[in-house]
Design a protein around this ligand. Structure first.
Ligand code: SAM
Length: 309
């Protein structure tokens, strides 16, 4: 069984087609790309140090051409033979910060909410995760996940192209739940965390990663027009105190927390695989301690949370 009967039933709609019955004019071309990926011979996959895939190859250039049709690649990197998908985010950096929390993923059932293209899910499997369910409403990410998993061929990861609130998940319990880069996009952050808490096993761990504003902002910074560091739909950027006050109200206990990590253009930048605007356009170039809108520049933090006993 894949985690629970409920998860299996929800996923069944996507076994034949990763996009299910979603309506998007790009789906046809994505399915065409997926159908043209070559079959794999003598494959070796390495997920501990990154996402590295090697196999006997006939036409590397043709594979690279197909992969480039799936831009923008925001999360990665992925290496497929000598093709290096150098994504906008060097997501390995965030994964290193997560690993410093020393959370054991061995044998765990995991929910990754807002998983992007599954980069972190592959790394979770590299740390011994038993099963990972990804929820990701952005269909570009879903097309990239299906492509990479054509090469990795993992039965341990499944992706449902839905938002958490519309996923239909209600009764399943997960050992570990990840919410990374989502809190500041929520209109009701407390409800988001409470929904995650409901899906957490009693001794489970919630891994929350978010942007933190300085303590002078009180509970949270509320960007006007929802624009922060050129990102749309940013409703609240909580302070550390603001986050901890939500945790207390929801009876979530902090088991570990990371230092603040300043985002810079080593971690987020335009590349051949994401050739559009990136972090360079998020900050005030004369004063990189503030965003282009004049707010404090992003600093990110991990919290490892559990249900208070
Ligand atoms: C800023 S990205 C973070 C991606 C990844 N978790 C990371 O940390 O790099 C937020 C992702 O969450 C997805 N998302 C936004 N709202 C969501 C929701 N309500 N449920 C599930 N995913 C959501 C978006 O499509 C996007 O891919």
């Amino acid at each position: 069984m894949f985690i629970s009967k409920e998860v299996e039933t929800l996923y069944n709609q996507y076994t034949d087609n990763p996009f299910g019955n979603k309506k998007d004019r790009r789906i046809e071309s994505w399915l065409e790309i997926l159908s043209r990926l070559p079959s794999i011979l003598n494959e070796e996959v390495e997920l501990i140090n990154g996402v590295n895939i090697d196999f006997d190859i006939k036409d590397n250039d043709e594979i690279e051409r197909l992969l480039l049709q799936l831009i923008p690649w925001r999360k990665g990197p992925f290496r497929i033979n000598d093709i290096f998908i150098n994504s906008e985010w060097d997501s390995a950096k965030k994964w290193k910060r997560f690993q410093k929390l020393n959370l054991d993923l061995d044998g765990k059932s995991i929910l990754d909410v807002g998983s992007g293209n599954g980069y972190y899910a592959f790394r979770m499997v590299g740390m011994g995760a038993d099963k990972v369910l990804c929820l990701e409403p952005n269909l570009v990410h879903v097309s990239q996940f299906s492509t990479i998993n054509h090469f990795v061929n993992s039965e341990k990861i499944r992706m449902i192209p839905e938002r958490l609130e519309e996923s239909g998940l209600a009764n399943s319990k997960f050992d570990v739940i990840f919410s990374m880069g989502l809190l500041y996009h929520q209109r009701n952050p407390s409800e988001h965390l409470n929904n995650l808490k409901d899906l957490l096993a009693d001794n489970g761990k919630l891994v929350l990663e978010t942007i933190i504003s300085p303590k002078e902002c009180g509970i949270a910074l509320e960007p006007s027009n929802g624009k922060y560091a050129s990102m749309p739909n940013v409703h609240f950027v909580h302070t550390d105190n603001g986050c901890k006050s939500i945790f207390r109200n929801l009876s979530l206990q902090v088991h570990a927390e990371s230092d603040l990590a300043v985002t810079n253009d080593n971690e987020q930048r335009s590349t051949k695989w994401m050739p559009f605007k990136s972090f360079e356009s998020a900050l005030n170039l004369q004063n990189k301690s503030i965003t282009i809108e004049g707010y404090p520049a992003p600093k990110r933090k991990f919290y490892l949370l559990g249900k208070a006993s």
